[in-house]
Design a protein around this ligand. Structure first.
Ligand SMILES: Nc1nc2c(c(=O)[nH]1)N[C@H]1C(S)=C(S)[C@@H](COP(=O)(O)O)O[C@H]1N2
Ligand SMILES: [Mo]
Length: 164
């Protein structure tokens, strides 16, 4: 956790430390923007809400950027990140994640398109303003709500995202 933290310090967990944190399990549908929807999977790990408690953001923080291997990133409003269903998953349907699907850690944001859920998570940046992540800079919708079919940035309405 870095960026605008409440303490102005970074927090980090190693693999062992992370696995000692309180755990939670969520059931989520999985929507890829271009491909499939995978319905009702079970993901377990550590909820983002738990991480927020352990490493709180500064009061001005409005958004987070979730960073992953290979420079991948995805931005989320803080309240979406704080939703109790948002989880840093280590397991899927009771099995440890495979490397292909994000081992050791991937973010699951059940209510959004799957590109908002980075695999191989490395860090979370607390931000005082919104900023586009990897796909959001490359033509995908800043909000990404599948029920509203918010797929592409040309569908954005004023206020949906920062200017490009
Ligand atoms: N680090 C990283 N995370 C990522 C991606 C990626 O390219 N890199 N692709 C996203 C997209 S577009 C989708 S649909 C899902 C795919 O997850 P899966 O490989 O477990 O099916 O991962 C998301 N997370
Ligand atoms: Mo995707």
């Amino acid at each position: 956790m870095f960026g605008a933290t409440a303490s102005a310090e970074k927090s980090r967990w190693d693999h062992e430390g992370f696995h000692c944190l309180p755990r939670s399990t969520v059931h989520a549908d999985f929507h890829c923007v271009t491909k499939f929807s995978m319905l009702d999977s079970e993901w377990s790990g550590v909820s983002a809400a738990t991480i927020l408690e352990l490493a709180p953001p500064a009061p001005e923080v409005t958004h987070v950027m979730v960073w992953a291997e290979y420079g991948y990133s995805a931005n989320l409003p803080l309240e979406r990140f704080a939703d109790p269903h948002t989880v840093f998953a280590t397991h899927h349907d009771g099995e440890p994640l495979t490397v292909e699907h994000g081992f050791p850690l991937r973010l699951i944001v059940p209510q959004l398109y799957a590109w908002k859920g980075p695999k191989w998570v490395r860090a979370v940046e607390y931000m005082r303003a919104d900023r586009r992540g990897f796909w959001e800079e490359r033509g995908y919708h800043n909000r990404a709500d599948p029920w509203r079919e918010q797929r592409y940035s040309y569908q954005e309405e004023p206020g949906d995202g920062p200017l490009r």
